[in-house]
Design a protein around this ligand. Sequence first.
Ligand SMILES: [Zn+2]
Length: 430
Amino acid sequence: MKLLIKNGRLVDPASGSDRLMDILVENGKIKEIARAIKKTAGVPVIDAGEMVVAPGFIDMHVHLREPGQENKESIASGVRAAVHGGFTSVACMANTEPVNDNRSVTESIIARARQVGLANVFPVAAVTRGQLGENLVEMADLVEGGAVAFSDDGHCVMKADVIRKALEYARMLDVPIIEHPEDHSISAEGQVNEGFISYKYGLRGILKAAEEVIVARDLILQERIRSRLHLTHISTSGSVELIRNARRLKTPVSSDATPHHLLLNEELVQNYDPVYKVKPPLRTEADRLELIRGLQDGTIDCIASDHAPHTRDDKDKEFEYAPFGVIGMESSFAVIHDRLVRTRLLTINRLVELFATNPAIVLGLKDRGRLKPGLPADLTILDLKRRFKIEEGDFRSKANNCPFLGWEGQGAVAYTIVSGNMAYSYKEKI
Ligand SMILES: [Zn+2]
């Protein structure tokens, strides 16, 4: 099993590479990277001329809904959506039914993902049993079972003493804790960002402080514990500032932001369209611009979709009764490239860092996020000139709650290659 990728612009920030290169893949691994590798009879060739060849993208925050809510999404439909969006790997959150808080659930997710093939699925286990915020899971056992990180995502770990202990165990096990920063006593029944817009449209607000007090608390604990803390879906300028200061003080912390918080703001809720109901809520334009500055100056390390599929019946309710969340794996690259790279707010190299290099580092996936002979041949090949339009009919996800429907622009995923196999090609019909 061989594959030759010719004439691509190889962008691999981990090795500092940005030049025309050929890549030879053999038995699922990268065999050789060189300027001109000769074609051999019988070896299929991908002509990547005018295209960018990057290490396989990793979406470190997705909800695949299996086990328990396969009507919303499943591991099979979720990985098809992932590879369609250019992701060779995803890390799936633990708020399934049952919660992924024990080794048997983790192992069943891994087994199911292997059966499906197509993309790598890395389970994130819960921090606390049942995600109830009280008792820590058997972290060591879960790591042995294949969990790559721990998160009560969907919920915040509200008790400071519990997150403190979790961070201490995580340090011993050398795994990350992914915090969903939200003080539930502040956010309570809130629906949208609290401020002018929430007052004007009569919707209950969520203060920015709901996020920032947890960011501050975790950073204070982390200053002493020095574990691997990752703050997910950061949404406010205050959070960016807190993380920036912590980094200045050399407190170990990493973070991500979502495409919807980077490209949309709270004004969209004025039509009461539930597709814009997300947690944390869409914030102000000033917050959005500060998140972009955070990407530019290295304060924010990763872009993650927080892909949260819901059925139409669930999501098409009145704003107040609709669930939180949007899908994103199939639109993330296209919208971020078109609105942040083509506008020169980010370079394509920085985009690859945010989508591949850094998520691999945060999750401790040592074989991913970079290109080197001997490593698995996970590659995302991008045609930066091809036009795209985000259309519901193209989704592989079971859900359609995407806030970027109808968006058009330039730059699309051409091929997604996972362990040397063509998991997605733009020539493919649905
Ligand atoms: Zn969350």
